[in-house]
Design a protein around this ligand. Sequence first.
Ligand SMILES: C[S@@+](CC[C@H](N)C(=O)[O-])C[C@H]1O[C@@H](n2cnc3c(N)ncnc32)[C@H](O)[C@@H]1O
Length: 336
Amino acid sequence: MGNNHSSSSRVNRHNNGTMRLKNKKSKQQLMEREEHKESAKSRFHLPKNDQDIDRMQLQHFLFKHIWNDENYSSPIEQILKSGDCKVLDAGCGPGAWLLEMSTQHPLTRFFGVDIAAVFPSEIKPTNLNFHQCDINRGLPFKDNYFDFVRMSLMATSLKTDQWVNVIRELVRVLKPGGHLELIERELQVYNAGPHFTFMIKNIMSFKNSNDLNVYITNQIPLIFSSIPSLTGIQTDFRMVPIGPLGGQSGLIYGDLLDMYFTNKLGDILPKFMNITEREYLNLWDRCQSEFNIYATTVKLFRFWAQKVVVNNDDDEEDYNDNNIEEGVGNDDQLEN
Ligand SMILES: C[S@@+](CC[C@H](N)C(=O)[O-])C[C@H]1O[C@@H](n2cnc3c(N)ncnc32)[C@H](O)[C@@H]1O
């Protein structure tokens, strides 16, 4: 008995030890997983991986196609051919728009900035330069430098309180007479089924909880009108279909959303919704089935305006005066 008891105690002690070890290990694994998810959440505004970068590139071609194959709406055709034109794409990502435009307009000089160096560093046209910088800390260019400035799909990158300053910074580097163009998609969806409506509602709450402004698209014209040096404000939009009922474009956008929901959001949204990844993927499957029944769409907007020609420098005095010479911009120089 005694032996049995002691051997069973040993077994128990051993088992308890293993259990403690297992508990410790799974607790540690859990903590690591939580840390990974937290850091995934805090890096949500950055491109996640190669698939996410591919998604952005494909999306550029789809959105251009939906816009009658036009890469811009501002009246810049003539200046692009002039041989004395400079263009900036802020938050350019992998640079699909810039690569295409710089190839089509060899006389114009193109510049792209992004906080993440996901743009090509070597294989690119010679009239195209990229700089890594945080747009919230000011752009590494002189005042009144560009003829055309664009910024596309930054709604998940800029926090609510950053938008006005960023747009002012874009206006600062724009020449009087030059054009500013912003491209954003509404987060609201039209004619969605119940599961996709539920999913979008959760994405909105998730973005809200990350200080992102889920209604920024509709507020851009108001921000433009609050900047005295912008005039001729214009808005246009296109409906982007999702799924087979939207033809080829709908199928492609359905695939892009599949990449977005399973890859980009796949590890953070289930946690936010307090469901398992399997439950989340089941929910996404149901959303996809709904695209066969509901002709769901989203609205893609373009906003553009011209910077007024001013006779004195007063108009610029409020803007960030942290000017840096052309072509030398990077984070280090911004800190100096
Ligand atoms: C959704 S992607 C859009 C990329 C591209 N403009 C497009 O339309 O496909 C947002 C981009 O903004 C960049 N970004 C996020 N925060 C930024 C910041 N503070 N300064 C500069 N770029 C930023 C990200 O790295 C990412 O490449």
